[in-house]
Design a protein around this ligand. Structure first.
Ligand SMILES: [Zn+2]
Length: 368
């Protein structure tokens, strides 16, 4: 539905993007502040209310950015790479490159957002006291103070993908020391909360009006889906835990760097190997590259006699490598196995085999 986003700036190495859906919400925020200001600061002109509402909207989105930056900076302090912050119709998200490795990390990264919103809300409410009661600026600061406290409270609701859901999982994870159990319990709590919201939405449809009801159903449905999805991810994570790369690895026979490509492929076929799987290329007893029949797709067949293996191989320095005892989950999380068709498996930096995308798919078929 809302997929496009606008690149805004880069701060502390973190990209900030605005989702286009936000432009729609920005109008609503300006309008809401414009309606609210006269209650606490009556007697000013509509122009004044409008300009303060505009400033208020900018400060409101800065508040959300502040919340997301708290997540991002705490994550960075724990050594996670933060790809970007996106502001969207539901607030914002800080996108980390990988999931939290420990319960304590997850706890602090998640709770830092609501905590910083609460502090900011307190700050606005405090600042408001320095201005004359009934002035527009005092009314605006009051509004910003309350909205930030509301933001903190809303985000602490115990459901995914809200911070509260993640905090809940982190706490159970910390107690049980089991990520899957924690995810399951937190997901059930989240689904229960989502069901309540949907019910509330349906009731509101009749009692409080259409918009309120639809909003409740929409948000509830979104939480329900997210909570289920989080459990699915956790199950996947548990399934991949404890499988070392070594268990998936294949060690095909090597080809010689100076062989013709035709001879090399013939040799593989004769030994019953897969011509499209990666093979180590040897020169003087050392592995210097990786060769696979797949790399020949662009080359005309009649050239295969002439072409030498070293001319079409991938030099060994360019092949991503993973140590044999790495947990499969860690390897996937670190992104080492996501973009390339295969990785080189090493034992004390010594090449000993490959894991290819096909091997991963094979594992998936057996487990899911
Ligand atoms: Zn948050």
């Amino acid at each position: 539905m809302f997929t496009g986003s606008l690149r805004l700036a880069k701060v502390a190495g973190i990209q900030i993007r605005l989702d286009y859906s936000l432009l729609f919400i920005a109008g609503l925020v300006v309008y809401q502040i414009y309606l609210d200001l006269p209650h606490r600061a009556p007697g000013f002109s509509n122009d004044i209310y409008f300009w303060y509402a505009l400033i208020g909207a900018v400060l409101f989105f800065s508040s959300i950015l502040w919340h997301e930056f708290a997540h991002a900076l705490v994550a960075k302090a724990f050594g996670y790479h933060v790809q970007r912050i996106v502001l969207n119709v539901l607030g914002g998200i800080a996108v980390l490159e990988q999931e939290a490795r420990r319960a304590t990390h997850e706890f602090w990264i998640a709770i830092s957002g609501p905590l910083s919103s609460a502090i900011l809300g307190g700050g606005f409410l405090g600042a408001q006291l320095f201005f004359e009661e009934g002035s527009v600026i005092a009314a605006l600061f009051y509004w910003l103070g309350m909205i930030n406290l509301l933001l903190a409270a809303f985000n602490m609701l115990p459901g995914f993908p809200l911070d509260g859901g993640i905090v809940l999982r982190a706490v159970i994870w910390l107690i049980t020391q089991n990520h899957l159990t924690a995810s399951r319990l937190a997901s059930y709590v989240g689904q229960f909360m989502a069901a309540l919201l949907i019910m509330f939405g349906f009731v509101s449809l009749f009692l409080q009006g259409f918009i309120m009801g639809i909003w409740g159903i929409f948000i509830g449905w979104f939480f329900l889906t997210s909570s289920r999805l989080q459990l699915f991810f956790a199950q996947q994570r548990a399934g991949l835990r404890g499988i070392s790369i070594r268990q998936l690895m294949r060690s095909p026979s090597a080809v010689n760097a100076d062989w013709s490509v035709y001879y090399a492929l013939d040799n593989v076929a004769l030994t019953g190997g897969n011509q499209n799987a990666p093979m180590p290329v040897l020169r003087d007893g050392r592995v210097v590259g990786v060769f696979s029949g797949e790399s020949l797709q662009q080359r005309p067949r009649q050239d295969w006699w002439r072409l030498r293996v070293h001319e079409v191989m991938t030099p060994i320095e360019l092949v991503p490598r993973v140590e044999a005892d790495t947990d499969l989950y860690d390897a996937l999380q670190a992104g080492q196995m996501q973009v390339v068709p295969y990785v080189l498996v090493t034992d004390n930096e010594h090449p000993i085999g490959f894991v290819s995308r096909q091997d991963l798919l094979r594992l998936g078929e057996n487990r899911l």
